[in-house]
Ligand binder design. Structure first.
Ligand SMILES: Cc1ncc(COP(=O)(O)O)c(C=O)c1O
Length: 442
């Protein structure tokens, strides 16, 4: 028997609290599969919110957790350090070729963003040559999390509209959109016209940072854009001594085919935030990477220059051990798995486009992401576009778990997904969408 969100003791998040919503009760998971309490096996086509990059319960991650449990579970990280945190920090810094100096841990993407914002503000306070700065430049289609600060640097939309009074100052610009460029440009003749307003603004006033999801705006529409945009932002940030903050909560840990999207773009930020795949989805852990020049402004005997921020579970030893195993897997096999998956997705994308014709738009692939827009008669990119829910519910018949973003449908499978499961996802998508094209029966 299916439960609805009103019947559960748990407040199920990001779910309309209504009796007509039916919840899946998941009892076990392995690889890309989830099993519900009725014995149905589902394909987790979005890797449980993009976290399970190696599938569920990967043996190497589980054994790292079990080994760590034999010695140290948790100790507060203020005034202490432990081997799992140190090994993971070194491994992460190696992934970045030591582009950064320090790793600051937290337990989710929103907190890791908050940390980057606070570090940026305090950097200007601490720096002997700069005046204080606290305003950020942000983009309309971005999503950086649901805590107040992270929400504040996200694009304004119906999710966060109620809390607009709580906003600290930001200046928002339309998100670059190379899929449907408002200037009608293609990357080869683009002169980053979409950044001209931002360029004017940043030259007129001092900002603490530019906050950006590099190459892909994820939760707010899976918009892909060209590295040129990031190169121009880097140039403007350097010219005005503004910090460049990349949110790789989604794009980090190999999602786009390199360890990090900034490496794919060839543009180094001053602060880098990532989470999700860091522990392969096994435990909550996030990281904010800090450049040498920022860190140096905090090195002082003066307590007023110290960064007073921590969470109770910061640097949890179990999470760090699993994180280390996850980073090791990424280096050993993960990145090549993403590249292989990307080429399979590209083949599927071509076939899909051919079959679905002009009922779909912007069929696109980058790394482990496949996305497209369902061409709705009433074009609406809003998450609440009912077509998303209709598609999600129809796919349930095929036991495929997806969460469309309105009319934007995407899959982000584990890097390890089997050919059979991938074929099932595309077959289900095509069968479902084809029925939507048929005229409705009276
Ligand atoms: C780009 C990006 N930043 C931040 C977040 C927030 O992360 P969390 O849900 O772990 O707080 C998300 C979550 O989807 C995200 O996609």
């Amino acid at each position: 028997m299916k439960l609805n969100p009103i019947e559960t003791h748990t407040w199920v998040p990001l779910t309309i609290q209504d009796e007509s919503e039916s919840l899946l009760k998941i009892v076990s998971a392995e690889k890309e599969f989830l099993t519900d309490d009725e014995g149905n096996v589902w394909i987790d086509a979005i890797s449980s919110w993009w976290t399970m990059i190696y599938g569920h319960r990967h043996p190497k991650l589980i054994s790292a957790l079990q080994n760590q449990l034999q010695s140290l579970d948790h100790v507060l990280l203020a005034g202490n350090i432990h081997e799992p945190a140190e090994s993971l920090s070194k491994a992460i810094l190696e992934l970045t070729d030591f582009d950064f100096e320090k790793v600051f841990y937290s337990d989710n993407g929103s907190n890791a963003i908050e940390i980057s914002l606070k570090l940026a503000i305090q950097y200007y306070e601490n720096h002997p040559n700069y005046k204080p700065r606290s305003e950020f430049l942000v983009f309309s289609n971005s999503y950086h999390g649901d805590s107040i600060g992270a929400m504040n640097v996200s694009g304004k939309n119906y999710f966060n509209r109620i809390f607009s009074e709580l906003r600290f100052p930001t200046k928002e610009f339309p998100a670059p959109n190379c899929m449907n460029c408002p200037w009608g440009k293609k990357p080869n003749d683009c002169h980053t016209e979409c950044l001209s307003d931002l360029e004017l603004a940043i030259k007129q006033k001092e900002y603490a940072g530019i906050v950006m999801e590099p190459l892909v705006f994820g939760a707010n529409g899976m918009l892909f854009y060209d590295p040129k945009v990031l190169k121009k932002l880097r140039e403007l940030a350097t010219y005005t001594n503004t910090l460049l903050i990349f949110d790789e909560v989604f794009t980090g840990m190999g999602k786009l085919g390199e360890y990090f999207a900034y490496q794919k773009a060839g543009v180094k930020p001053d602060l880098l935030v990532f989470a999700k795949g860091l522990t392969g989805g096994v435990l909550p852990l996030a990281a904010t990477l800090v450049s040498k020049s920022i860190y140096e402004t905090f090195v002082s005997k003066d307590p007023y220059k110290a960064f007073f921020h921590a969470h109770t579970m910061t640097g949890n030893a179990l999470a760090c051990s699993v994180g280390y195993a996850s980073v090791t897997l990424l280096r050993e096999v993960g990145l090549s798995q993403v590249k292989e998956l990307e080429s399979k997705l590209k083949t599927y994308a071509l076939q899909f486009q051919k079959k679905m014709g002009n009922s779909v738009e912007n069929v696109r692939v980058i790394g482990a992401i496949f996305a497209f827009e369902w061409r709705e008669p009433v074009a609406s990119d809003e998450y609440l576009n009912p077509i998303g829910k209709r598609i999600k519910n129809s796919l349930r018949k095929f036991h495929i778990l997806l969460r469309p973003l309105g009319r934007t449908i995407y899959i982000t499978p584990p890097y390890t997904i089997s050919d059979d499961s991938l074929a099932k996802i595309f077959l289900a998508l095509e069968s479902t969408l084809t029925t939507f094209l048929e005229p409705e029966q009276d």
